[in-house]
Design a protein around this ligand. Structure first.
Ligand code: ZN
Length: 290
């Protein structure tokens, strides 16, 4: 174990008993003995995150071309909005990590929407695209007005340095009876267990927590949530994005230079995939809590 790995608690359940399990791209990933989640032995404070998750992140990093994949993203977000609407519509909705606002565009018809993102650049673009109030900063510290019916975060909690504090803050901001919903990878899924260090979502340092189902239950239960429901989420992906993830950034760039027409075609086509390794989570704040 490197010196940096010492002293890291489990970001999911706050457990202190962790053991280094894999090293990916030079980062130690520590497995929690209590909940089975993994924590990247690395810290990304809010100030660093606001730099890291600027426009450049959305044109490389975990996405190849976030805005270029808008149609596939919207299709995913429409499905998410439908799943929420099947549970409850109306009231105020806050999205954490709203990026360019593609989900908020889908949600605006059903809820009075607001968004938060750490990146100022991205927040400006989101404000221009949507009619929503959008705040730049860390949800833990922003002076938001409580009383939301929904607080949602799509593929965001794994990026947070302090997910337990963020979920506790979401609990405080919800109206009594309000709900939280989020998606995140499932390290306890059969795909993740079969692939080990090669699982596609093991991407430190952008991903800081790899939640297990037990880890999500601890995260939500400790904050006071009830009726924790864990399903799975499928995603529409462009073929272009699949090639990027399979080939890696350098080989993908070489391919795009050599066969630009092929890559342009792949960018317009998408497919739907559910490997069962991404959780779709909802939970409720009790009515008698404020
Ligand atoms: Zn844990």
């Amino acid at each position: 174990m490197t010196e940096a790995a010492a002293g890291f608690r489990c970001r999911a359940c706050d457990g202190v008993r962790t053991t280094p399990r894999f090293t990916v791209d030079g980062y130690d990933l520590l497995r929690c003995h209590d909940c089975g989640s993994m924590t990247t032995a690395w810290t990304m404070p809010a100030a660093a995150a606001s730099e890291y998750y600027g426009e450049a992140y959305f044109r490389g990093g975990d996405y190849r071309d976030y805005q270029g994949s808008a149609n596939a993203l919207r299709a995913n977000f429409r499905r998410f909005a439908d799943r929420l609407a099947a549970i409850e519509t109306g009231g105020r909705l806050l999205e954490l990590g709203c990026a360019y606002g593609y989900f908020l565009e889908e949600a605006e018809r059903r809820w009075q929407c607001e968004g938060v993102d750490v990146s100022h650049d991205v927040v400006d673009a989101c404000r221009r695209r949507t009619g929503c109030r959008v705040f730049a900063g860390d949800v833990i510290e922003l002076p938001l007005e409580a009383g939301y019916q929904w607080i949602v975060a799509w593929d965001v909690v794994e990026h947070l340095d302090r997910p337990r504090d963020a979920v506790a803050r979401a609990f405080d901001l919800l109206a009594p009876g309000g709900r939280i919903a989020f998606t995140t990878g499932d390290i306890s899924s059969s795909a993740a267990r079969a692939l080990g260090p090669a699982w596609r979502l093991l991407t430190p340092p952008s991903h800081l927590t790899f939640f297990s189902r037990a880890g999500v239950r601890a995260l939500l239960g400790d904050a006071g949530f009830v009726e924790c429901a864990l399903g799975t989420a499928g995603y529409a992906r462009t073929f272009d994005f699949a090639m990027y993830r399979l080939l890696g950034e350098r080989r993908y760039a070489a391919l795009a230079r050599r066969w630009p027409a092929l890559v342009a075609h792949a960018r317009r086509r998408s497919f739907y995939l559910n490997l069962g390794d991404i959780m779709f989570v909802t939970a409720r704040k009790p009515h008698d809590r404020n």
